[in-house]
Design a protein around this ligand. Structure first.
Ligand SMILES: [Zn+2]
Length: 289
């Protein structure tokens, strides 16, 4: 299982977080900005660290709290997530978070609220969140993730500690190529091409991670373009257009959700063969192949 040391974040960020934990000064609101895979991975690790019962080296990975955190079943870690479309993080979901925050912790420790894709909160939802951030209940931590904090209201930002996962990672030409090939393989009826292009991912977790990031961009572009909008996040115009021609909009949307599922699964599952096999099967099913 992951700890802070193993997260794909810079040394500076690790040090900042280590200091917060060591001094027991974790702010009550954190915004982690960066790509979805890395921000949510770090957020989950921090949540485990906050509920961990070990004295140091949190999350220890072996105490019952860590085990529950990693199984996604810790009663004091609450996850709410927006979708890919603006305002899909509904005000009702935020209100539910807010009322839960005033209920006492079930295990007597810290309560953590993971709010993923916070950028998809409407202004109304953000204002609802703001109310609890202004006077957060004791021992409660809110962790928001988003591509960039500028997508959030200034009032939210000013009450939160910012963690930026700066994109120091170089361009990944191989990941870009493979993601493009996966997009092409999705249009084919036969499975063989998909299996061939994804084969190198089984042995390389970092490459898989990066390919998933690229796929998110391609599918998002395709979704938006299929709806008549402009989106050029991926720089893979040909593949995006081919997907738009071959796959209906609802299915394009499902493709992005499959990628999201695999990104979440990657945090806790180490068996790469299974992950890649499931990725291929689910992508093909989502594309109606
Ligand atoms: Zn622990």
């Amino acid at each position: 299982m992951l700890n802070l040391e193993q997260c794909a974040v810079s040394e500076a960020v690790k040090q900042k977080l280590d200091t917060m934990f060591a001094q027991k000064r974790v702010p009550q609101a954190l915004i982690i900005e960066g790509d979805y895979a890395r921000t949510t991975e770090l957020a989950r690790v921090l949540a485990a660290g906050l509920v961990c019962q070990s004295q140091d080296n949190k999350p220890c990975g072996i105490c019952s709290s860590c085990i529950k955190a990693h199984a996604g079943s810790h009663p004091d870690i609450y996850l709410a997530e927006g979708g890919l479309t603006p305002r899909s993080f509904k005000v009702d979901a935020v209100r539910a978070v807010r009322s839960d925050a005033y209920v006492q912790s079930q295990e007597g420790g810290c309560k953590v609220y993971l709010l993923f894709r916070a950028e998809s909160m409407s202004a109304e939802a953000q204002n609802a969140l703001l109310k609890v951030l202004e006077e957060p209940p004791a021992q409660t931590v809110f962790i928001l993730t988003c591509p960039t904090a500028h997508l959030l209201l200034q009032t939210i930002r000013s009450r939160s500690q910012m963690i930026t996962l700066d994109d120091t990672a170089e361009e990944h030409p191989e990941a870009i190529r493979i993601a493009g090939e996966i997009a092409q393989a999705l249009i084919q009826t036969k499975e063989i091409q998909m299996l061939q292009v994804t084969a190198p991912l089984i042995k390389d977790k970092d490459l898989l991670k990066e390919v998933l990031n690229q796929l998110t961009l391609i599918f998002r572009d395709a979704c938006v373009q299929r709806s008549g909008g402009n989106s050029f996040l991926s720089d893979q115009t040909e593949q995006v257009q081919a997907l738009c021609r071959a796959i209906p909009k609802a299915k394009l949307f499902q493709l992005e959700q499959v990628v999201n599922e695999i990104q979440n699964a990657m945090v806790f599952h180490a068996n790469m063969t299974i992950l890649v096999t499931v990725l291929c099967a689910k992508l093909r099913a989502a594309a109606g192949r």
